[in-house]
Ligand binder design. Structure first.
Ligand code: KG4
Ligand code: ZN
Length: 350
């Protein structure tokens, strides 16, 4: 079966074609970063207008690259939430139009389920159950994926998501937007032990917290701003601050993931979402999992950040079970993984 995936939950416009949930035929991702960077973050109004502009060219390209005719696809998988409503609505409208015109099944997909199942695209042998760390701009969650639609959230962030902390600290350091890749790059020239930023103590829980760390970095930079400006006098450089901050985030992610491995006795770990592109995190996750002798799957960078191949992959597994929807399905801004079941519908917007 070939599933068409459409992903417009935030600021990437993406269309993909995936065969049998595992083989990517095409995965077109149009980044809108250049339009948003002047504002230091994502502007929802600009995001939705750009989706309108970019979605059809992306669809054309995806079909061409895959050498697939639109009327030969088996279903349309579309991200319905969580995300920016005005962005989700664009993808959903196009998906519904294709389904209505060509009489194809519509498959609503949860964005976080898409991120989790992106691991299936990276490793053909991976199957349920597996432990998953989702780290993105909006989410940081440790999930035990028992089966399709059976997701046990073991821990989640109590404040900022990991990617959000990267973006905010990059702004404080004047490194631009999006912050994660900028900090990753700057950190290569800095010392991770230069500054001992705090790591949140979450007691016995598997939750995360990054707000205290973010504030600590902001206070440090504030007190140090004049000295940093005078390169000859500064004891610490921007790369030192970036590397020390990054190390603190990675330490917290590793600590909680290790506890989850011990608790669940999982024999496979997937690390997914935009922050999974981080080189230091990838290296430390490799060390962690080889210590426990368990399988590690971290998708290539194009599948870590938002993309429609992951949507099509999740869509395939739902279509296989007949989990399709009527054309009256809505976009939904908040949609927890625990509410993603093997029912065919996202929860009703109230
Ligand atoms: O999954 P994603 O593309 O969108 C959401 O669903 O949020 O994740 C975007 C997040 C941004 O916060 C971005 O700064 C972060 O992923 N990110 C990174 C890296 N590349 C992207 N964070 C750390 N290191 C990176 N190399
Ligand atoms: Zn995402």
């Amino acid at each position: 079966m070939v599933v068409l995936g459409i992903e417009t939950s935030c600021d990437e416009t993406s269309v993909a074609l995936v065969r049998d949930g595992r083989t990517i035929l095409s995965n077109i991702v149009c980044s809108q970063a250049d339009w948003h960077k002047h504002f230091g973050g994502i502007v929802p109004e600009i995001a939705s207008r750009k989706h309108v502009e970019l979605l059809f060219p992306a669809l054309d390209l995806a079909l061409k690259e895959a050498s697939v005719e639109l009327n030969s696809i088996d279903g349309v998988a579309v991200t319905c939430g969580p995300g920016l409503i005005s962005s989700l609505a664009v993808g959903l409208a196009v998906a519904k139009a294709i389904c209505a015109a060509l009489n194809k099944p519509l498959i609503p997909v949860n964005h976080l389920e898409g991120h989790m199942l992106s691991a299936f695209l990276a490793d053909n042998e991976l199957d349920f159950p597996f432990l998953c760390l989702i780290v993105s701009g909006g989410h940081s969650e440790l999930v035990y994926a028992h089966d399709l639609g059976k997701y046990e959230v073991l821990g989640r962030t109590r404040d900022d998501a990991a990617g959000e902390a990267f973006d905010k600290v990059a702004r404080v350091l004047g490194l631009g937007f999006p912050g994660g890749p900028a900090i990753d790059k700057a950190a290569t020239n800095g010392s991770p032990s230069a500054i001992a930023f705090p790591r949140a103590d979450m007691g016995g829980s598997l939750d995360f917290s990054f707000a205290g760390l973010k504030t600590a970095v902001a206070r440090f930079v504030e007190g140090y701003r004049d000295i940093l400006a005078d390169k000859s006098a500064s004891q610490y450089t921007v790369p030192d601050i970036a590397a020390s901050f990054q190390e603190a985030v990675v330490d917290m992610l590793i600590q909680q993931t290790e506890r989850a491995i011990q608790m669940t006795k999982a024999n496979a770990l997937a690390v997914v979402g935009g922050v999974a592109a981080n080189r230091r995190l990838r290296q430390r996750m490799n060390e962690l999992t080889s210590g426990y002798g368990i399988k590690l799957v971290i998708p290539p960078i194009i599948l870590c950040t938002d993309n429609a191949a992951m949507t099509a992959c999740a869509g395939y597994y739902r279509l296989e079970r007949g989990l399709t929807a009527n054309l009256d399905v809505d976009a939904i801004a908040v949609w927890d993984l625990e509410d993603v079941t093997v029912s065919h519908l996202p929860p009703k917007v109230t």
